[in-house]
Design a protein around this ligand. Structure first.
Ligand code: NAD
Length: 425
């Protein structure tokens, strides 16, 4: 058996990958799987590194590092987002790919996990530069992605437009339209209704279910949301629609806070006009660090990884942490929150709405038959509810944290399939 040293000496070794691995090791004793199966699952199956050449608007050539990591193909093709961010590394993609494997397995979707990205500062790039990055990145990855191989989706700083360029580039290589190569596309080219809202809405569906179990009606909760993008922006709106009070929201520029509740429509209008929340006149300004420590009932983390750490976990002043982002809580912080009795709704469950509706989109594209919004919303709530209940049962019956329960349930799904398939040859 490979010791941890070997895993840690491999190219994807980074603090975030160690977090993903440490969570896996913590869950293993409860999962009851063989050593050989556990060993296989510690390693991504494939990691692709690219140098993406792009002619910038001024005519200068720049090379951007690009990555795609596929963790497991045991249950089907791999699935996972593409992010454009300055922090993107092979190790970050590997950790996020591992989490995608658990997320898909927990939701019983026929996928394994993948993640990719380009290291760049999207805020400094023009639309045409972003288009050229996307098209070249897709062309370089064409041998490794596809409807039956690996199906990308949006993540940080990528969106419907990015997926449309990706789908077009892939389709041009094939000679015919292949909408099922990606999800999170515009509806006009085979996207699914409700996909843009699915992750944020799913965060609130899971939070609502947890609140019911805990005897805390969601409509009476005071909420703080970090991140005001695809996930956080929708989560804030859905919380408000279910009667909760949203006290504060933030983006990369900082947060806005009103102790009596924000006027979210006005905040949204400001962000749409100015690009950032900074300068919004209708509330107090707080830093992102201050925002996390505001007194509230539900803290939704919907920005990025490593936000709640050993340093600030002792000062969080909430009852529930809902992880809309991937990996926002470090292992040490997780322990501190557990000791303090703060319930953490883990990312692999809480933000799984996105990949679940991505699965619906892929199925609709493959069948060329499209469903309505109510049907999709209903199916999503049902699947998240079923996964939540399985996790809750493990938590109640085996005394695990909700993260532990989610990982154990997911690991058992993947391991069961891997043990039946065996190791080739
Ligand atoms: P996004 O780019 O639409 O939004 C990210 C938000 O976080 C923005 O408001 C940005 O300003 C803010 N932000 C960035 N850095 C920050 C920082 N250091 N402090 C505070 N705020 C910061 O991205 P998204 O799609 O909403 O993704 C957010 C998180 O959710 C990521 O961790 C992503 O992996 C995860 N996620 C997204 C989806 C999806 O369907 N989009 C699905 C599952 C998980």
């Amino acid at each position: 058996m490979t010791d941890l040293d070997t895993v840690e000496r491999l190219e994807w070794d980074t603090p975030l990958f160690r977090t993903a691995l440490a969570q896996f090791e913590e869950a293993l004793p409860h999962a009851g799987i063989t050593d050989a199966t556990a060993e296989r699952l510690r390693f991504p199956e494939r990691a692709v590194m690219l140098s993406v050449p792009v002619l910038m608007d001024g005519g200068v050539l720049r090379i951007f590092p690009g990555y795609r990591v596929q963790h497991s193909t045991v249950l089907g093709p791999t699935k996972g987002g593409i992010r454009y961010d300055q922090e993107v590394t092979l190790g970050e993609c590997a950790a996020l790919a591992v989490w995608m494997t658990w997320k898909c397995a927990l939701l019983r979707l026929p996928y394994g996990g993948a993640k990719g990205g380009v290291r760049c500062n999207p805020r400094e790039l023009s639309a045409s530069e972003l288009q050229r990055i996307t098209r070249r990145y897709t062309a370089e990855l064409a041998p490794f992605i596809g409807p039956r191989e690996d199906i990308p989706a949006p993540d940080m700083a990528t969106n419907e437009q990015t997926m449309a360029w990706l789908m077009d580039t892939y389709s041009m290589q094939k000679g015919y339209a292949v909408p099922e190569v990606t999800t999170g596309k515009p509806i006009s080219i085979g996207g699914s209704v409700f996909r843009p809202e699915a992750t944020g809405a799913g965060v609130v569906m899971v939070t609502d279910r947890a609140c019911r179990k805990l005897g805390l009606p969601l409509g009476e909760q005071r909420c703080v949301v970090q991140g005001f993008g695809n996930v956080g922006g929708v989560a804030a709106r859905e919380l408000e629609e279910r009667g909760a009070t949203v006290l504060a929201v933030s983006d990369v520029s900082g947060g806005v806070y009103a102790s009596g509740g924000l006027d979210l429509a006005a905040v949204r209008a400001w962000a749409a006009e100015h690009g950032v929340l900074e300068g919004y006149p209708g509330a107090d300004f707080v830093t992102n660090a201050e925002l996390l420590e505001l007194p509230c009932d539900v803290l939704v983390l919907a920005a990025r990884e490593d936000q709640v750490t050993a340093e600030n976990a002792g000062r969080l002043d909430c009852r529930i942490v809902a992880e809309g982002a991937n990996g926002p809580t470090t292992i040490e912080a997780d322990r501190i929150l557990a000791d303090r009795g703060i319930v953490v709704l883990p990312d692999v469950l809480t933000n799984a709405g996105g990949v679940t509706v991505s699965y619906f989109e892929w199925v609709q594209d493959l069948g060329r038959l499209f469903w309505g919004r109510d049907e999709i919303r209903f199916k999503l709530e049902e699947m998240l509810g079923d996964a939540f209940d399985r996790v809750w049962e493990l938590h109640r019956e085996e005394g695990m944290s909700l993260r532990g329960g989610a990982l154990v349930a997911a690991i058992r799904e993947v391991a069961g399939a891997l043990e039946m398939r065996g190791i080739y040859p």
